[in-house]
Design a protein around this ligand. Structure first.
Ligand code: HH2
Length: 279
């Protein structure tokens, strides 16, 4: 297993699980949509996530919740670029959560450290753009588009099929000359999967370890947590932390979360159990 995730300006050690704080600059994200209407509010939130112990920040300008409508390149850039510029010197790796090659190109030009693509660099254009850069990449598994993906949630063996799809995309990027040290993989919880698929994937997350890339998971506050706890989005913190630890136990190395402080606390206790208390 790799010990470093090469992420633009940063070489992140994978000796402990990393926490990626979510910052959505959107009116309609399922959890934090509309909370940061201007650049100042978004920057304040980013600094708070860093203070709580985030290792990376993932900045999104388009909601990808089931049924979400696509926004234009111009609108996505209008939302994301000022935040990237303002946070440039803050000393934390900045990721942009985007599916659009034009947004990737502009973010790379601005110096972004990572591109997190929920469609997993599906197009030649996206692959060519990131191949020429040095940012970290997250290949996430999804079926179809956010507007249609839940109608495509049919698998005969969800673990095998998701792994196969990630493996193919990984091979395509490696064939374009992307260094393996820049890539992490994500099964894409909730993206073209029903609640049963999500829990089967989580239970068998360690099956993805043989891809030999760090595993990133995004479980935070999702409906798979709400369904088993019967909680509203804001009240899913405990359930999300439990899911995060379940993922770490099965090999996850990067946790994409809304609740950074709670996740860091849980990881600190987890680490003390596994490795003893550090004086
Ligand atoms: N989930 C969401 C967005 N981006 N990226 C990765 N790699 N993995 C995920 O599971 C993932 C993701 C959805 O969560 P959120 O950003 O909170 O909501 P929305 O898409 O509504 O903005």
């Amino acid at each position: 297993m790799k010990s470093i995730f090469q992420c633009g300006r940063f070489a992140l050690p994978l000796t402990r699980p990393l926490v990626m704080g979510v910052l959505n600059i959107t009116p309609d994200s399922f959890s934090d949509g509309g909370l940061y209407p201007d650049v100042d509010a978004a920057i304040a939130r980013a600094l708070k996530l860093k203070e709580e112990g985030a290792d990376l920040l993932d900045i999104g300008g388009e909601s990808t919740r089931p049924g979400a409508a696509e926004v234009t390149v111009e609108e996505e850039l209008r939302r994301v670029l000022p935040i990237l510029k303002a946070l440039d010197g803050v000393g934390i790796p900045l990721s942009v959560d985007t599916r659009k090659p034009a947004v990737m190109a502009a973010a790379i030009e601005q110096g972004v450290d990572m591109i997190n693509d929920v469609s997993g660099f599906a197009t030649t254009a996206a692959q060519q753009i990131v191949a020429q850069a040095s940012c970290g990449l997250c290949i996430m598994h999804m079926r179809g588009e956010p507007s249609t993906m839940q109608s495509l949630a049919h698998y005969s063996d969800v673990v095998r099929e998701v792994k196969q799809a990630l493996s193919e995309r990984l091979d395509q990027l490696l064939a374009r000359g992307v260094s393996a040290a820049r890539i992490c993989v994500d099964p894409g919880f909730g993206f073209g999967k029903n609640v049963h698929h999500n829990y089967i994937l989580l239970r068998h997350l360690d099956s993805l370890l043989s891809l030999e890339q760090p595993i990133l998971v995004g479980l935070s506050r999702k409906s798979m947590i709400g369904i088993v706890t019967n909680r509203s989005v804001e009240a899913r913190v405990s359930g999300s932390v439990a899911a995060a630890l379940g993922a770490v136990a099965r090999g996850a190395r990067i946790l994409r979360v809304h609740d950074v402080a709670a996740t860091r606390d849980a990881l600190a206790v987890w680490d003390a159990i596994e490795h003893g208390v550090k004086e």
